[in-house]
Design a protein around this ligand. Sequence first.
Ligand code: GLY
Ligand code: MN
Ligand code: MN
Length: 517
Amino acid sequence: MSQNQDMSNPGGEQPLEDRVNNRSMRPNSSAFKDFMAASWAPVEDSGETRLASADYALERRSKLSARFPGERLVLPAGPLKVRSNDTDYRFRAHSGFAHMTGLGVDHEADAVLVMEPVEAGAGENGSGHVSTLYFRPMAGRDSSEFYSNSRSGEFWIGPRPTLESLSLMTGLPTAHMDLSLEDALTRNAGLVALGGLTVRLVRDVDQTVDAMIDTSRYNTGVDLEASDASDGALSEALSELRLVKDAWEIEQMRAAVAATANGFDDVVRSIPRAMNHKRGERVIEGAFFSRAREEGNDLGYDTIAASGNHATILHWIRNDGQVNAGELVLVDAGVEADSLYTADITRTVPVDGTFTEVQARIYQAVLDAADAAFDIVKPGITFRTIHETALAVLADRLHGWGLLPVSVEEAISPAGQQHRRWMPHGTSHHLGLDVHDCAQARQELYQDGIVEAGMVFTIEPGLYFKAEDLAVPAEYRGIGVRIEDDILVTADGAERLSADVPRTIAQVEAWMASTGA
Ligand code: GLY
Ligand code: MN
Ligand code: MN
């Protein structure tokens, strides 16, 4: 029982919000407070240096600035998110914020990047904006926050940046958010017709920031619904500016893919133990996760470790099944680097090291679809033709196996699409800070967009024959195969970044044999 609770009054007169302190054992005496505030060595210079991403982030902000001259742009990092009661998830900044600041794990929860319009050409990098990073710097050791705030105090979570150190890292002017953020967001904001300034916000990232700006809009007569649309245009621009990666981002993608390749070696090595465990899929998931934390920041998304019929469930992340000899196990996993860029790779391997004849037949069809799609990638093609190319191969194979109820031509026509029963997902998505990157880009720049050098996306065809699928012969049932690679578009073609992770049947069988599975 907690010391402050009065069990004679279990309904309680103590407000619920105060009860969070009921388990606190922190002394309250002024003697304690005075002693805690004294005799600490000065905060050491953390030796922070300018991040390698800082110059790239400056270029990206210049491009964003050019899209919205004369307007204030507000990009929150987002707050800590509660997992359970007073326990938070590990913080991960919003991708738009990360892209425009260059901050990865060097994050700050609650931070906000504000790009303030100035005269054209008078801003940073010759742009029309000056940017300031608002955040809550590390509190002094003579403050109670130092030892009493479990979400931000140095005694609890370790040192955090000062205003000076974060400025040095990002090349951005910094300011204390508690002192100046609301003013920075709302100053002179209002109807343009009345001499006010338009403010655009990346919404739904930080409710506190949304509320400050919505209140200001309400008070100055700015239409809230129209603002929703203009805010949306900022998110759209942030997505579209990420469609082509710069040199630093490509380096990060290579690092994320390399760590993921190591993780897949760990996955294969874990299979013998997985076969002897009642939740073998968890053994595989855990093997990959260790690598993600050792070499990167985290997983880019929850690992899919799916054996047997589970491989036919597209987002199988429960991962609580057995891993049995004779089955294929599909593993879809990606390491998110410290920069927050993630890989997204899938391999499907035979648990006991050798494909059966029918497994090999299905696997080869998926591999041929992936290779056909990869072979057409070069600048100038339409993104959607990658999907169409992969699907044409799969439709042809399905027809050859006698599974399609119509001709290939009928199936691939818009009025048909029967082959999609066995591959209902897309073949490709952009990849970067988000696993499904650039998600707010317009259709004409995404599915209907033209492929350009510097784009990074997946090619991930699959075939999924569920155990309960009565439209296929029994030998196909319970087999799911996906092969997913990460592709960089080059000046005259494409590079398969994940080429080192075994792909062909011979490579996969040799890979399994090398680990004694
Ligand atoms: N892992 C999610 C995807 O492949 O899109
Ligand atoms: Mn993917
Ligand atoms: Mn994937």
